[in-house]
Design a protein around this ligand. Structure first.
Ligand code: G6P
Ligand code: MG
Length: 216
């Protein structure tokens, strides 16, 4: 038995690796605006909202745009992104992700998605994981972006679980910060040197077990 009552999962970089699609769409936009956008630059956009991502890219390119132009650019990028994720398949689920979410459910632990992405529902549908979450909180339901804890606090509330009984799985610095700010445990997915605030850091969910939840 686990004393942890709920696990909350980020989507991009934890369940699926959509960073490549975000990157390709942002790069196409940058190129249309006349500058390049590297995979290194893309690291800064992990866990960051669409609007803020665009602002970072425009800063990198030294381009100034009006609010109306920014809205059009964000829509243009999203159209390309949606075209790509529309072709996603279940084999794009990151190793061990589906198995661990299912193991939580089998152990009586509630599961929620906590993502900044407004496209979460489409991705979950394409990879066939919608039914594995008791609550889904995405970019359409929150007003404050990570590192604000709103997305995870809403998730805990929808599950009827106290933050102290929750564990968050996150690949972004801002996401780990959000979990800690919400009073939850955080498992970082990635590099320990990057995700310093996390309680433990793993390379991926294939390294996670329900037993390990009790050690946090
Ligand atoms: C996640 C990704 C970000 C992305 C954000 C918004 O947090 O890590 O790279 O910008 O979601 O995604 P959206 O699908 O709404 O543009
Ligand atoms: Mg992420």
């Amino acid at each position: 038995m686990s004393h942890i009552k709920a696990c909350l999962f980020d989507l991009d970089g934890v369940i699926v690796d959509t960073a490549i699609y975000h990157y390709q769409a942002w790069k196409r936009l940058a190129n249309e605006l006349g500058f390049d956008f590297t995979e290194h630059d893309n690291e800064q956009l992990k866990g960051v909202s669409r609007t803020r991502s665009l602002e970072i890219i425009l800063e990198l390119g030294g381009v100034t745009q009006t609010e109306a132009e920014k809205e059009e650019l964000a829509d243009r990028k999203n159209k390309w992104y949606v075209e790509m994720i529309g072709k996603m398949r279940p084999d794009e689920i990151l190793p061990g992700a589906k198995e661990f979410v299912q193991a939580c459910r089998n152990a009586g632990i509630k599961t929620a998605l906590g993502s900044a992405s407004k496209n979460s529902m489409m991705i979950l549908d394409k990879i066939g994981m919608t039914d594995l979450f008791d609550a889904i909180v995405d970019g359409n339901k929150v007003t404050k972006a990570k590192p604000d804890p709103e997305v995870f606090l809403k998730g805990a509330e929808e599950l009827g679980v106290q933050p102290v009984d929750c564990v968050v799985f996150e690949d972004a610095i801002a996401g780990v910060e959000a979990a800690k700010a919400g009073g939850m445990k955080a498992v970082g997915i990635g590099e320990p040197a990057v995700l310093k605030q996390a309680d433990i850091v793993l390379p991926g969910l294939s390294a996670m077990t329900v037993d390990k939840l009790n050690e946090l």
